[in-house]
Design a protein around this ligand. Structure first.
Ligand code: PEP
Length: 253
């Protein structure tokens, strides 16, 4: 059975005090309300990682993740975050290849492959993001585009490593825009991703990998999206900044 995962991406929001308040609300509400079979992840800015990890230490289903990491182990890379630094805070997940990183920091599929490899070697669970622009979608090339992202960043891994990766399909045109992919559009792409995993590995491997949808998911549309057979969870931006909305999404399966 693959995992149900609701991961929040706070992006560059919340100072330390605000972030700790949000995390404390999430942990407290989750304790009373979140279903036990849903894994909840808060991907915070780096400054919050240690303290938010400490807050979640006693929780069985709330975890913490970083939003990015370097493909280098350590050294002269000013401003970057190393995998060992992330694990030393107690965080266990890391977003790799978010479209905002690809766009503003020119991250390449090859570089992201190196990051996934290092994350896995260090025991972090990569939340690997893929997704097409509006232009690619309108040209009808979205499946080809996304499967190529997977091929270039993930398909050199052996099956045992690949099974540790969580894939997040995030159509760029739906991120932070308020425009959500329809449940049908999400399911079609998730099904194509799973078919690509099956043809490059096996049906059994494909069946084990959680594929999250990201792009303006919120309590009002979560149920329909999470009700699709190949949508195993969500990567949530805006709605993860409100504890009530975030937890309500975990209850929308
Ligand atoms: C995201 O940042 O990954 C995201 C999906 O953002 P939003 O939910 O705000 O569209």
């Amino acid at each position: 059975m693959r995992k149900k995962i609701i991961a929040g991406n706070w992006k560059m929001n919340k100072n330390l005090e605000e972030g700790l308040a949000l995390a404390s609300e999430v942990v407290n509400i989750a304790k009373d309300e979140a279903p036990n079979d849903v894994t909840i992840v808060m991907c915070t800015p780096a400054i919050h990682l240690s303290q938010v990890s400490a807050m979640t230490a006693d929780s069985a289903n709330v975890f913490v993740g970083a939003q990015n990491m370097s493909e280098h182990e350590s050294g002269a890379y000013t401003g970057d975050l190393a995998a060992d630094m992330i694990t030393s805070t107690g965080a266990s997940y890391v977003i790799i290849g978010h479209s905002e990183r690809r766009e503003y920091h020119f991250e390449t599929n090859e570089q992201l492959a190196a990051r996934v490899k290092l994350a896995l070697a260090k025991g972090l669970t990569p939340l690997f993001c893929c997704g097409e622009s509006l232009e690619v979608r309108e040209a009808g090339n979205h499946v080809e585009f996304v499967t190529n992202q997977l091929k270039e960043s993930l398909y050199d891994f052996g099956a045992e490593d690949l099974k540790k990766v969580v894939i997040a399909y995030e159509p760029i045109w739906a991120i932070g825009t308020g425009v959500t992919a329809s449940a049908e559009q999400a399911q079609d792409m998730h099904k194509s991703i799973r078919a690509s995993l099956a043809s490059n590995y096996s049906d059994a491997v494909a069946a084990e990998i959680s594929i999250l949808y990201g792009g303006s998911m919120k309590p009002t549309n979560a149920q329909e999206l999470l009700g699709q057979p190949d949508v195993d969870g969500g990567l949530i931006g805006g709605a993860s900044l409100k504890s009530r909305d975030f937890i309500d999404i975990t209850k929308s399966y």
